[in-house]
Every structure is written in C-alpha cells, then in structure tokens.
Design a protein around this ligand. Structure first.
Ligand code: G6Q
Length: 546
C-alpha cells in the first residue's frame, strides 16, 4: 500500500486555485511587455547550482507566479517527499522498493539506509571492483581467450540498461580512450547486433551484458546470439565465454545459468530503477571508456546536484524551479511538449535519454491512491542537438499553433576549438531564445508586400529556459542528469503520481509472446485476436511464405 498520506487532490489545493485565478491574467501577458515593464528580470530570474546557470526569465511569469508555484510545492509536501527519497523509504510503493539512486553517488563516509542497512559500503565495493576491471581492460592486461588485449567493447542492454550508457559514452567521448571501439546493442532486431559486431575480431571483443533482471527478452536474445558469434569466431570453445563476457545485473543465478562466470559479474540493487542506473555498475562501459577517475568525477557532479536539491531553499533550487515552470506551462498554458535542445554535438543522445527518464517516469494517469487524475501529467519530451533542429522542427516551435517550451543547453567553452564554430553555435542558441520570446511584429517586417507579412510575422511569447555551464565535463554531465532526475521527481510529487514504476510497458510484452508463437508456427494457428491484428498476422505469414 501507498505509505504516504496524500495531500489534497491537486486541483483542490489552495495554491492551485490561486494559480488558476492568476493564470486568467497571466494568459494575456506577452514576454515583450514583461521585459519592458521589468527590465532587470533577465538578471533576477535565474539560479545556479553545481556548475549550471539557469536563466528562466523568458517564461510567462512574474515574481507573483513564482511565489504561487513555490506555495504549490509546499502544499504538495515536497520537502517531506524529498526527505522520504533520501531516507530510503519505499517511495516506489507499487513495486515495494526504495528509489535510492542518490546513494550511488554518496561519498564513502556517508550512511544511506535501505531496510535499516547502510548501502554505501556496497556501492563503493562495486565501484572499486569496476575500477579495477576497467583499468585492466584499458591497459590491456585483461586478455581475450587467445591472449589478445580487448580492442572492442559491445554493451548489450535495453531501456535503462542502454540509454544512459550510450548517452554518457557519446557525451564524454572527448574524454574517452580511442584505443577501444565502443558499440551498443539494444534492439531485438537482428540488424542491430549484426551492425554492432560487423568488422570486429571476436578475439579482441568484450561483451558487457547489462540487465538488472537478466531475463529481458531483447537482451537475452542478443546475448545468446553474441555468444554464438563469439564461439563461431573462436573455434567453439565454451571456455572462451569467460574471457569475453561480463555481466551487470542484480541476478547472480540467472547470470550463472547463462554461462557467465559470476566472478565477472558486477552487481547492483533493486532500489536502483533502470532509468536511474547510469551511475551504478550499468555504467561499466562508461567507466571503461573514460576511466575510473572521470567516472568518479561524474558521480561527484550528480552528488553536487543531489545536495543542492536536498538542501537549497526552493526559491533558489534549480530542479524545483524547472519542475514548477514546467507545470505552469503544461497544466495552465496547456503546452503538450518540451523541446530539449543541446547546443553541443556530444550531447546528441541526451534528448533520447531524457525521453525515457521523463516519460517513463511521469507518463501516468492515476494518483498515488489510485484515482484517475483530472489534469495533465507528463508532456512529450523530444529534441535534437542545435543547430540541426533549427533546420528541421523549430519552424513549428516558432510559428506553429502549439506552445512548445524549450530547454536550451549550452557551454561557454568548446571541447574542440575550431575557428569561429563555437561562437556561431552559441550565437544561435541565444538567438533562438530571443526570437521565441520576442518574435517579429508586422511593423518590423520591412520591404515585404502586405500579403506576405502574415507569413513572416513571429508572434513570439514562446517560453524557454537556458542552461549554461562553463564546459562539458564528466562533472557537469553528472550534474545535468541529476538536475533532470530531480525535475522529474518534483513534477511527480506535484502531480501526486508514482514516478518510479513502469507498469505501462508490461502489456505489450505479454501479448508479443503469444504473437511470436503464431508468427513462427509451422502449422495453421487459430488466431483469436481482433480482426486487425489477425489480418496483420495472416498477411505477415503469407509474405513470409508460411
Ligand atoms: C527503466 C525500466 C526499463 C529497463 C529495461 C531493461 O527504468 O525499468 O527501461 O531498464 O526494461 O531491463 P533490464 O535491465 O532488467 O534488462
């Protein structure tokens, strides 16, 4: 059962009602006027933490809006819920689990309890083993079965066991060893594994099978095929597997049953949710890529943001402010989506990573006590690196009929200096926020025939946040991920939903098992689905000549 005492239903909270009244005025504001009437707002409406500066002045808010949103956070008992998370309470009550990913980045000296047991020593014991292993692979003392050092690493995992590692590898590629090739396989589509192993020498290839439960269909199917690929290449000697396969999992028995030596297994715990696991052993590929020291720097970035979230007053608290602004835009202005736009090519997989973090966490339609919500919860998160997105979907953000708030993410210093590239990149980031907010009025469209003016006008008044850090480092990346983790948490608290389960992914998995048998059947299976599904299965079987 849900152990928390639910506050009032969201729309019945006093702050919500006051916000609704406030919104009736706010909906008429234009950012042009807000800036004209309050010229200092750009210097005031910002916050800083863990190396990140947030400018939120280009939202359709005043100081009064912020005051009311902070009141909403208090009425939603956010402080109590933050403490419950850090205390290791089973806040993921539908799965009877704590959600204590913050313990993954706690220093050795700290104590964090799950079921009255301090889990921090176990966290560091695994990190130490990972570091030892990563060092051995990186310096070539971990040898493959034929005695060759490892030159290729393939991570096999899906969802939380893939998106974090891929994103972190891409984000921190600048810091990674270039003597090892890193590839990632997630999709059960055979072409994914085929392309990931193409051209690799099995004798120099290490597979990390990353799976919390170690029974995930995609991962186990890929791991079996990868093992076959290895054995085909190395003369079918089963003993080779121990030198070329390691596992990251909570399930030692299943790892052993698969044929991986459990001395080559790195564990984690059921209180680490998949999408919150990139700082755990699931990050083994990241650690091998960037080295243990950089990995610890990344954890330190997470940690700095954790501390900020836990201790900073809400009015200066980055995750709290971002979450509240999102609720303002989503629930009052009806914004259906958020665009996350990193002006940093190394963050190209960050939007994909955030899709899972945000939408799997907060894509829920019942409250903690099981009542249907009568308000919107998570918007759609999407994005692409700037400036590519500008030449693609930004048109809709500037001139479409929907309001799409944007998070611009940028760094003052480039990792790869090249002429004026970086200034041009950042100029674009800042210009987009400016254009979205202020638009272009008919009187500003010069030398244009009148019939063309409506097409060239930008209404503006479109909100955005800008997140700016000095440089993309392991530490700033860790802090950025923790920032969004806590944004998601805060949103979940306000919406009064469980951000830590994902029952919505189950049904399709179960149905797929039945259909797989029907697709493969050599006989003539009796189909008992709806007419559409039956027809698709029949057509597939015909096309496959079954
Ligand atoms: C994440 C989800 C989900 C999970 C994958 C992989 O929060 O739980 O994306 O990470 O289904 O699960 P395994 O790691 O158990 O293979």
């Amino acid at each position: 059962m849900n152990p928390t005492v639910s506050p009032k239903f969201l729309v019945e909270r006093d702050a919500w009602k006051t916000l609704a009244a406030h919104f009736r005025t706010a909906r008429q504001w234009h950012l042009r006027d807000l800036f004209a009437n309050d010229p200092q707002r750009g210097e005031r409406l910002n916050a800083e933490a863990a190396g990140w500066f947030l400018d939120y002045s280009k939202n359709r808010i005043t100081d009064e809006t912020i005051k009311l949103l902070l009141q909403l956070a208090r009425e939603s008992r956010l402080s109590e819920r933050i403490e419950a998370m850090f205390r290791g309470d089973k806040i993921n009550f539908t799965e009877d689990r704590a959600a204590l990913h913050v313990a993954l980045r706690a220093p050795r000296s700290e104590s964090m309890l799950v079921d009255n047991r301090n889990v921090v020593p176990e966290v560091h014991a695994v990190l130490d083993r990972m570091a030892d292993f990563a060092d051995r692979v990186r310096c070539g003392t971990w040898k493959g079965y034929t005695g060759k050092p490892i030159r290729n690493l393939v991570n096999i995992g899906i969802g939380g066991s893939d998106l974090g590692p891929v994103m972190a590898y891409e984000a921190l590629k600048h810091y990674s060893t270039r003597t090892i090739t890193f590839r990632f396989v997630s999709n059960i589509d055979g072409s994914d594994l085929e392309e990931a192993t193409r051209g690799l020498d099995p004798a120099e290839t290490l597979f990390i099978v990353s799976s919390k439960m170690f029974n995930t269909l995609e991962t186990i199917t890929n791991a079996r095929s990868a093992r076959q690929w290895l054995l085909n290449g190395l003369g079918a000697d089963e003993k080779a597997v121990a030198k070329h396969f390691v596992a990251v999992s909570t399930q030692a028995q299943r790892v052993a049953d698969f044929g991986i030596d459990t001395t080559n297994m790195f564990g984690f715990w059921d209180w680490v949710g998949g999408r919150y696991s990139m700082g755990s052993a699931i990050g083994l590929s990241t650690m091998i890529a960037i080295g243990p020291e950089h990995f610890r720097a990344m954890l330190d970035g997470f940690r700095q943001m954790d501390e900020h979230f836990r201790r900073e007053p809400f009015e200066r608290n980055l995750p709290v402010i971002m979450a509240l602004l999102n609720i303002w835009n989503n629930n009052f202005f009806g914004a259906p989506a958020v665009a996350v736009l990193p002006y940093e090519q190394y963050l190209k997989r960050f939007p994909a990573y955030l899709q899972q973090l945000t939408m799997e966490s907060n894509g829920k339609n019942v409250t903690l006590d099981g009542q249907a919500v009568n308000y919107d919860t998570c918007p759609v998160y999407f994005g692409e690196p700037g400036t590519n997105g500008q030449h693609s979907f930004y048109q809709l953000i500037h001139q479409g009929t929907r309001l799409i708030p944007c998070d611009f993410i940028a760094f003052a210093q480039e990792l790869v200096p090249l002429g004026h590239h970086h200034e041009l990149l950042l100029a674009n980031a800042f210009a987009q926020g400016e254009a979205l907010a202020f638009g272009l009025r008919p009187e500003e469209v010069r030398d244009t025939p009148s019939w063309l003016v409506p097409h060239r006008v930008f209404t503006g008044n479109r909100p955005s946040n800008t997140l700016l850090a000095e440089r993309l480092t392991p530490t700033t990346l860790g802090a950025l991920v923790a920032l969004y983790e806590h944004v998601v948490f805060t949103q979940g608290v306000i919406w009064n939903i469980n951000s830590f389960d994902q029952w919505g992914v189950q049904l399709g998995k179960v149905l797929a098992q039945n259909i797989a048998a029907e697709l493969e059947s050599t006989g003539d299976p009796e189909l008992k689905h709806d007419s559409s599904t039956n027809n698709l299965i029949c057509r597939y079987r015909r096309l496959k000549k079954r």
